[in-house]
Design a protein around this ligand. Structure first.
Ligand code: PLP
Length: 453
């Protein structure tokens, strides 16, 4: 490894000067972490000489792994030709135009417009701006409230953090007063004696109850991920989405699908909305649109909303310097081209995804695994002390933290959320690599069971 600064020195500098996202800052300053400085295919390498199988696709974004040179070259070529120009003030650039059209082509027919941002958080902020403008233009200025779900993650700006429902974040984010939350469809944790189907209906109807409580004339939109990712890969019961869709349709509530994790193949379809056949009026995307190589996010805007914005004059007073950055859009185009040409989403749906899911289901018989759930190329394992009562393995999620640390130590990058272990490997993983992932997870479970035995 050719490093200008030795690994210990780099760690020292990192601990001294670098505040990390979602990190215990005092703990990090004292103990440090892992400095990743190389990646290839589905493997990451750190400065201390470790090689790890990346079972998280970076941060749910490198769906095609780390060796997509045509995406890197597209960014490089674009930077040489036009490194930057903005899309404000009646200007545009070719990659942004072409990417807008390419996104329109892969989304349902009602989506004909896109607004570009740099991130998923900003895209969800944009959703709020769009929805508020839409209802103002319709002459319904009182329709301003958003309903989201507890334990949701929609980003970390003030607005996106308010839409999110993670209690730890809400302790630090002074949430916007126009955002309200209902429960998530987590059958294993909250389903009690109900069947998944009964629970799906019951928890979906919380939306109806919340609309009644707040007043239909004041509720603007409901936002949710088709499958809640960071919240624990929460696979909704089959009854959940049809009931949510019915409620949104009947009660004149806009539906926003946050596709930041689900989009671009993770569920085995282009979008999670396709998987659950839901019809959102807005779709948030980010992450895998550029395979994670360069920041880009955005919102797909349906005709229902676009037509109102287009019909009325007056400026939409929203924009980001880098909205539709040429290099990001060139990366998006190269990523979509690769997804089309390699048929990788179809492979995820029919070959690698089913293999991941069936191999992981084998771990359901492990003494500390209460549930294995997943779809396409992501999954979660709930850790328990008692399978029947679903008693948690250890208080304060320490069991899953221990298991994650064991997996990391054994060369597998996976995540923990609450009491669940989470994996979302790249779609380009081979069958043998999925087998290795499952074996390493099994080993971490064995070590965790022995520790808490
Ligand atoms: N929405 C979802 C569902 C996400 O998972 C995330 C990030 O993990 C975001 C939004 C925020 O995206 P970003 O980190 O790009 O702001």
């Amino acid at each position: 490894m050719n490093m200008k600064v030795s690994s210990p020195a780099l760690h020292q500098l990192d601990q001294s000067h670098h505040f990390h996202p979602f990190t215990d800052l005092r703990d990090y300053a004292a103990h440090g972490g892992r400095i990743v400085n190389r990646a290839e295919h589905i493997y990451i390498y750190d400065t201390d000489g470790h090689r790890m199988l990346d079972g998280m696709s970076g941060l749910w974004c490198c769906n095609l792994g780390y060796s997509q040179h045509q995406i890197v070259e597209a960014i490089y070529r674009q930077l040489q030709e036009l490194p930057f120009y903005n899309n404000f003030f009646r200007c545009s650039n070719q990659p942004a135009v072409e990417l807008a059209k390419a996104l329109v082509d892969i989304t349902p027919a009602r989506f004909n417009h896109v607004f570009f941002t740099n991130s998923g958080s900003e895209a969800n902020d944009t959703n709020i701006r769009l929805v508020h403008r839409y209802y103002d233009l319709l002459g319904k200025p009182e329709k301003k409230l958003f309903i989201s779900r507890k334990n949701a993650y929609h980003g970390s700006t003030i607005a996106a953090g308010s839409l999110g429902g993670m209690s730890g974040m809400h302790e630090q984010v002074r949430g916007l007063d126009y955002v309200h939350h209902i429960n998530q469809p987590n059958w294993f944790v909250n389903g009690g004696d109900l069947s998944p189907e009964e629970f799906g209906i019951e928890v979906a109807r919380e939306l109806e109850t919340k609309i009644d409580e707040l007043g239909e004339e004041r509720v603007a939109a409901f936002i949710a991920e088709p499958i809640q990712g960071a919240g624990g890969v929460i696979i909704p019961p089959d009854t959940y989405w049809p009931e949510i869709q019915r409620i949104c349709d009947e009660r004149d509530i806009l539906l926003i699908a946050d596709e930041v994790i689900c989009g671009f193949g993770r569920t085995g379809d282009w979008f999670g909305s396709d998987t659950y056949q839901i019809k959102p009026q807005l779709m948030t995307f980010a992450k895998a649109i550029t395979n994670g190589y360069i920041p880009l996010g955005g919102v797909m805007i349906s005709d229902q909303i676009a037509d109102v914005l287009l019909a009325h004059g007056g400026e939409f007073t929203h924009g980001l310097t880098y909205s539709g950055h040429p290099a990001s859009c060139a990366a998006g185009l190269a990523t979509l081209k690769t997804l089309h040409e390699t048929n990788i989403i179809q492979t995820a749906a029919t070959t690698i995804g089913p293999h991941l899911q069936s191999r992981l289901r084998e771990l359901e018989s492990h003494p500390i695994v209460g549930e294995v759930r997943g779809k396409g190329m992501f999954a979660a394992l709930e850790l328990v002390r008692d399978k029947h009562s679903r008693e948690r393995l250890a208080p304060e999620s320490t069991g899953a933290v221990y298991c994650r640390d064991r997996a990391n130590a054994n060369g597998l990058m996976v995540r923990q959320t609450g009491d669940a272990m989470i994996t979302a490997p790249p779609l380009v993983s081979t069958m043998a690599e999925i087998d290795t992932l499952v074996e390493k997870l099994h080993q971490a479970l064995d070590e965790t069971a022995a520790h808490y035995g």
